[in-house]
Design a protein around this ligand. Structure first.
Ligand SMILES: [Zn+2]
Length: 317
C-alpha cells in the first residue's frame, strides 16, 4: 500500500526559484545550476521506480513512502522506504546512464557516458549504508527494534554496471520486485499493529521543510537574493503594484495574484517568517497597508499585534 505517494521534490522547485534570483556571476550560481540538473534526473529515476512499486503486488502487507526527510544524528533523506513485516527496506535510487564502475578506498562511482564524458559521484552503496545506520538510530530513539535492509536501484534502462560493489545489494529497476519477494522467506518480526505505529511515526516525523530557507542551506547572504514580484509570463523580477493589480514593465501583463509565488519564494529562500517591513522590502512595495492586505490573503499564521506582527507559513505549502 502506498502511504506517501510520489511527488516532485519541493527542493528542486526551490532551487529553480533561487537561481532566478541570483546574479549569474554569483559564486554559487553554477553549483546550484548543476544541482538542479542532478536533482531533476534523480526525480525522474525515483518516479520510474515508484511507478513499478505502484503496480507491484507482494505476498505480504507493506507500506511504501516516497521521500522522507528524518532526523537522527543528522538530517537524512530516503528516496523510497518500505515497511514490511520483516523490517524496513530502503531503496536508494540513482538515475545514471552509461557504464558505471564502483571503486573502493575511496568509495565512489565513475560514470562513463556514451558521449565520452566521465563523471564521478559519491558511492551510492556507501550512501545507502549511511542511511541504514541513520534510520537505525532514528528507530532506536523511538524505542522501536526493527531490522533494516536496503538496495541501490539503477532506474535507467541505459545504465550498465560494469564493476559492482560488495558493500550493498545493487539492482536494476526490473529486479526490485523479485528482490522484495525474497523477504517472505524471513521470519516476520513486526505485527500489523507495529507496522501501523511505525507508519504513523514516520509520517509525523517527516520534516520536508528542514532544507529551508535555502539561503541558510547554501550560506547565501540575503542581500544577494534579487527582490521583486516575479512575472509568471516572462520571468521579469520587479512587477509594479498598480491599483488592484501587478503590472509587468517587461511584457506589459497585468496579474492581480502575481505576488503569491513571490511570497512562497520568500519563505523557501529567505526566512521562515515575515513582517510587514520584510514583505515591503521583498516585494518592492512602499505602502504598508498594501503589504498588510497581501499578508492577510496569503494563508499564513499570524502572531503578535500591530508593529510586532509576524507571519509564518503553514506546513502545507
Ligand atoms: Zn512579464
Amino acid at each position: 500500500m502506498i502511504v506517501k505517494a510520489y511527488s516532485k521534490s519541493i527542493h528542486l522547485e526551490a532551487m529553480e526559484m533561487l537561481l532566478k534570483r541570483l546574479s549569474v556571476d554569483h559564486p554559487i550560481y553554477s553549483k546550484i545550476s548543476n544541482q538542479i540538473g542532478t536533482t531533476r534526473a534523480g526525480d525522474i529515476g525515483e518516479e520510474m521506480v515508484f511507478r513499478e512499486l505502484e503496480k507491484m503486488k507482494l505476498p505480504f502487507k507493506y507500506y511504501v513512502f516516497h521521500k522522507l526527510l528524518l532526523f537522527a544524528e543528522n538530517a537524512f533523506e530516503l528516496d523510497i522506504l518500505l515497511i514490511t513485516p520483516f523490517g524496513a527496506i530502503i531503496l536508494e535510487v540513482k538515475n545514471f546512464s552509461g557504464i558505471l564502475e564502483f571503486t573502493g578506498n575511496p568509495s565512489q562511482i565513475i560514470q562513463h557516458k556514451e558521449s565520452g564524458e566521465i563523471n564521478k559521484y559519491p558511492c551510492p552503496a556507501a550512501q545507502l549504508n549511511e542511511y541504514k545506520y541513520q534510520l537505525l538510530q532514528f528507530f532506536n530513539d523511538q524505542n522501536i527494534p526493527i531490522p533494516i535492509y536496503g538496495a541501490v536501484v539503477f532506474a535507467s534502462r541505459k545504465s550498465f554496471v560494469k564493476i559492482t560493489s560488495d558493500k550493498a545489494e545493487i539492482l536494476y529497476r526490473n529486479e526490485v520486485s523479485p528482490f522484495l519477494r525474497k523477504f517472505q522467506k524471513l521470519k516476520p518480526t513486526l505485527t500489523e499493529e507495529d507496522m501501523e505505529k511505525i507508519k504513523d511515526i514516520l509520517l509525523q516525523k517527516n520534516t520536508p521543510f528542514a532544507y529551508f530557507p535555502l539561503s541558510k542551506h547554501f550560506s547565501i547572504q540575503s542581500e544577494d537574493i534579487i527582490r521583486g514580484v516575479e512575472c509568471n509570463r516572462c520571468g521579469y523580477l520587479g512587477m509594479q503594484k498598480r491599483n488592484r493589480t501587478w503590472y509587468c514593465p517587461s511584457c506589459r501583463k497585468n496579474d492581480s495574484s502575481a505576488y503569491k509565488n513571490t511570497i512562497t519564494s520568500y519563505f523557501l529562500l529567505c526566512k521562515d517568517s515575515i513582517t510587514n517591513k520584510e514583505c515591503r522590502d521583498f516585494l518592492l512595495l512602499s505602502n504598508r497597508h498594501e503589504a498588510k492586505r497581501i499578508l492577510a490573503n496569503s494563508n499564513l499564521i499570524k502572531t503578535g499585534n500591530n508593529k510586532s506582527t509576524i507571519y509564518k507559513i503553514k506546513h502545507s505549502l
